[in-house]
Ligand binder design. Structure first.
Ligand SMILES: Nc1nc2c(c(=O)[nH]1)N[C@H]1C(S)=C(S)[C@@H](COP(=O)(O)O)O[C@H]1N2
Ligand SMILES: [Mo]
Length: 359
């Protein structure tokens, strides 16, 4: 199989290719890679093409010994579930995009000339995917444990070595779209994506969708953990105090390798667009650095919290080109021309000039 190596816009040396690996590996241990967006032929990102973001090595979990424990000072009684117990409950399905809050981080340096914290992963534009998840409603699990009226926050904790965790307000935990998933694209969760159980908070930063879930704590007070105080916060000279991240912003991406080489023949250009607020209503593209814009065609399905595919016809001349796209959603939210710099390089959703060379 051909190896597709797309050089991310920021730190080309950090991106390498492993034999047989179809994605763009950013680090191998723990395993972190971008989606190979240019290889996604449909609406759903197949598992071998989906991005992976793990802070610690993927834990190996024995499904028979595994338990989900729900506890905390705002539940009536702690309860434990086995995987069988969860599989016996009513199932919930959800197609949603999942995007890392740091996706396109390298653009801050590339476009705005201001590098962000070098300790963070140098993501290009591929830390996003769109999968079909099956599991149980988080709200239903919480109800079985007996949520007390004083409940405020729900913390989800992983079984990886750093016990990665992230809290959310009770109303977000109770959304019908918030699930604990045991399957991805119709199969058991792959180990790298959280086997045997992961949370999904569609519309929120990927970091909230905790993998390898072992414990859920319902608290009567707002919960502060590293992932909402020292990381996954907006901070910098333009912020009076750190703001904990919740939703991902509206964005679009071109499904071509970064710096793709194309032949000078007519072709369709394709990509994906998504918003946390509802359906994407329009994707505009520009081939002249933003002087003029036209509408791309949107492909069905187009449902809230999933990405939508877009395409347009192009007759390129030989030379160096940039493809610009910007999404607009049904509530009028649109991608900005610039994003306020923040030290950790989160939520870069400005219009990107995707480089393409035509021979
Ligand atoms: N337990 C645990 N859950 C986690 C993480 C982690 O390091 N540990 N990474 C988070 C981050 S930052 C992202 S972007 C998503 C990525 O999900 P994926 O690897 O399935 O694409 O998982 C989240 N869940
Ligand atoms: Mo992330």
């Amino acid at each position: 199989m051909a190896r597709h190596v797309s050089r991310g816009p920021g730190a080309p040396n950090a991106i390498e290719s492993l034999a047989g690996e179809r994605r763009h590996v950013v680090t191998s241990e723990p395993f972190n890679c971008e989606s190979a967006l240019e290889q996604v032929k449909g609406w759903i990102t197949p598992v071998p093409l989906h991005f992976v973001r793990s802070t610690y090595p993927t834990p190996s979990i024995d499904p028979t010994a595994w338990r989900l424990r729900v506890e905390g000072d705002a539940v009536r009684q702690p309860i434990e579930w086995t995987l069988e117990d969860l599989l016996a409950m009513p199932a919930r399905g959800q197609v949603c995009w999942l995007e890392c809050a740091g996706n396109a981080r390298t653009q801050f340096a590339e476009v705005q000339g201001r590098p962000t914290d070098p300790a963070q992963l140098p993501w290009g534009v591929g830390a996003v995917g769109n999968a079909e998840w099956t599991g149980v409603s988080l709200g239903a699990v919480l109800d079985l444990a007996g949520i007390q009226p004083n409940a405020v926050d729900v913390l989800i904790e992983g079984l990886d070595e750093g016990k990665r965790s992230r809290p959310m307000p009770l109303d977000v935990a109770r959304r019908p779209t918030t699930i604990l998933a045991y399957a991805m694209n119709g199969e058991d969760l792959p180990p790298d994506h959280g086997y045997p159980l992961r949370a999904l908070i569609p519309g929120w930063i990927g970091a909230a969708s905790i993998k390898w879930v072992g414990r859920i704590a319902v608290s009567s007070r707002p919960v502060k953990v590293p992932t909402n105080t020292t990381s996954y916060v907006l901070e910098g000279p333009d912020y009076l105090k750190p703001i904990a991240l919740t939703e991902q912003p509206i964005r679009s991406v071109v499904a071509l390798a970064w710096g793709a080489e194309l032949s000078a023949s007519p072709r369709m250009v394709r990509g994906f667009a998504w918003s946390p607020h509802g359906r994407v209503s329009r994707v505009e593209y520009s081939l002249d650095r933003g002087q003029s814009w036209a509408n791309a065609t949107l492909l069905d399905p187009n449902i809230p919290l999933a990405w939508v595919r877009w395409e347009f016809a192009w007759r390129p001349d030989p030379g160096q080109h940039a493809i610009l796209t910007r999404a607009v959603d049904e509530h009028g939210n649109r991608q900005p021309d610039e994003v306020t710099w923040n030290r950790l390089g989160y939520l870069y959703n400005a219009v990107v000039a995707h480089p393409v060379r035509v021979r």
